[in-house]
Design a protein around this ligand. Structure first.
Ligand code: SF4
Length: 322
C-alpha cells in the first residue's frame, strides 16, 4: 500500500557558536532531528512518542510546512514538500493541518469564534458567506460546541472547549491529514478522555489520517494504530500498538512504559529513566541511547545500531536485537 505521507531521513540542525558568537563559524551543531523516517497511511493514527526535546514537534512542524528542514524528504501525493516554496505549499494547507497544544496562542483574541472558524474558509476561498456560516455551525456541533459559541470570544471558553475550537479550526476545511501536537497534555484527565474520544470519532467519520504527537505513552496507546518511539531526533522502535505493548524491545521503550501503572513489571528492564536527555552534537557517536542505557557496551558507545525489521511491521535500533 502506498503511504499517504512518507518522511525520509529528515534532518534539522541548529548551530552552536563559541564564546565570540557569530563572528566565527559554529563550533558544532545540535542535531534536533537526524535520520528520521516514517510512513503514515490513509485513515491511520500514527502515535509519535518520546520525551520533551526529542524532536517530535520539529518533525510535525516540518510536515505542515512551518519549519524548513536541513535535509531529507517529505513525500505527500507525489510531491516532496521540502522542495516547495511557500506559495507552492499554500494549496496543500487545505489537506494538511495542525492542532496545537495551546490553540489560544495562535488565535486572534479580538475575533469572535464564528469569525475565527470562518477565516480558514475565506483564506482557501471556499463557499459564499451563507455556506461558510452553515459550515461553521456544522463544525461547532461536530466538536461538541454549541451554536451560541458563535458569538463568543475564545477567552470565554474552558480549556477543553478551547481545544475543541482548535480542532474545529483545523477540520473546517476538511483536511486529509492532521498533525496533533500534544493536544491534550494541558488538560485534566477527564477532559483528555473526552477530547481523545472525539478525535477517534471524527477520524472515522471524516476518514482522517492523524499524526498524534505526545510525551504520554498512555495517551498514544489509546488512539494509535501504530506507534513510533522517538529518542534524540530519530526513531528507535516502531510497531503496531498491540505488538509494541506485548513485545517492547528497545530499552528506551521499556523505560517509557514504566510510567504506565498497569504495565507488566516483567517487561520493564529499566525501572525509570535516569539522567538528562543529552545534546546530539556532530561529535556524538554510537547508539543515541547509550548515555542512559543500563545495557550499554563499548560497541554501543562507538557504533550506532542499524534500524532493522525484527518482525512484521516491527522495527528497532538496538545491538541487542536481531
Ligand atoms: Fe542500549 Fe546498546 Fe541497545 Fe543502545 S544499542 S539501546 S545502548 S543496548
Amino acid at each position: 500500500m502506498t503511504p499517504l505521507l512518507e518522511v525520509k531521513d529528515l534532518q534539522k540542525r541548529y548551530p552552536i557558536y563559541g564564546p565570540l558568537g557569530k563572528l566565527f563559524p559554529p563550533k558544532t551543531h545540535m542535531n534536533a532531528v537526524s535520520g528520521m523516517s516514517l510512513q503514515l497511511y490513509e485513515g491511520e493514527t500514527y502515535g509519535l512518542v518520546g520525551e520533551s526535546g526529542c524532536g517530535k514537534t520539529t518533525t510535525g512542524r516540518a510536515i505542515v510546512g512551518l519549519m524548513k528542514p536541513d535535509g531529507g524528504e517529505i513525500w505527500y501525493q507525489g510531491q516532496d514538500l521540502t522542495k516547495l516554496s511557500d506559495q507552492e505549499f499554500r494549496p496543500l494547507r487545505r489537506d494538511i493541518q495542525m492542532v496545537f497544544q495551546d490553540p489560544l496562542s495562535s488565535l486572534n483574541p479580538r475575533q469572535r469564534i464564528g469569525a475565527l472558524l470562518e477565516e480558514p474558509l475565506i483564506i482557501q476561498k471556499l463557499g459564499d458567506a451563507a455556506s461558510r456560516r452553515q459550515q461553521v455551525m456544522e463544525i461547532l456541533t461536530k466538536v461538541g460546541l454549541a451554536a451560541e459559541h458563535y458569538f463568543r470570544y475564545p477567552h470565554e471558553l474552558s480549556g477543553g472547549q478551547v481545544q475543541r475550537l482548535g480542532i474545529a479550526r483545523a477540520l473546517i476545511i476538511r483536511p486529509r491529514l492532521i498533525v496533533c501536537d500534544e493536544p491534550v497534555s494541558a488538560l485534566d484527565v477527564s477532559i483528555q478522555a473526552q477530547i481523545l474520544n472525539m478525535l477517534t470519532t471524527l477520524q472515522r467519520e471524516m476518514n482522517l489520517s492523524l499524526l498524534f504527537i505526545s510525551h504520554d505513552i498512555g495517551v498514544v496507546r489509546y488512539l494509535s494504530h501504530r506507534i513510533g518511539v522517538m529518542y534524540l531526533g530519530t526513531l528507535v522502535e516502531e510497531a503496531d500498538t498491540a505488538s509494541l505493548f506485548d513485545h517492547p524491545l528497545h530499552p528506551y521503550t521499556r523505560a517509557l512504559f514504566s510510567s504506565i501503572p498497569d504495565f507488566s513489571p516483567q517487561k520493564r528492564t529499566v525501572a525509570s529513566l535516569q539522567g538528562e536527555l543529552p545534546v546530539r552534537t556532530d561529535e556524538f557517536q554510537g547508539c543515541v541511547f547509550h548515555t542512559r542505557c543500563p545495557h550499554a557496551t563499548d560497541l554501543c558507545r562507538t557504533t550506532a545500531p542499524t534500524y532493522k525489521t525484527v518482525a512484521e511491521g516491527h522495527k528497532v535500533a538496538c545491538h541487542l536485537q536481531g
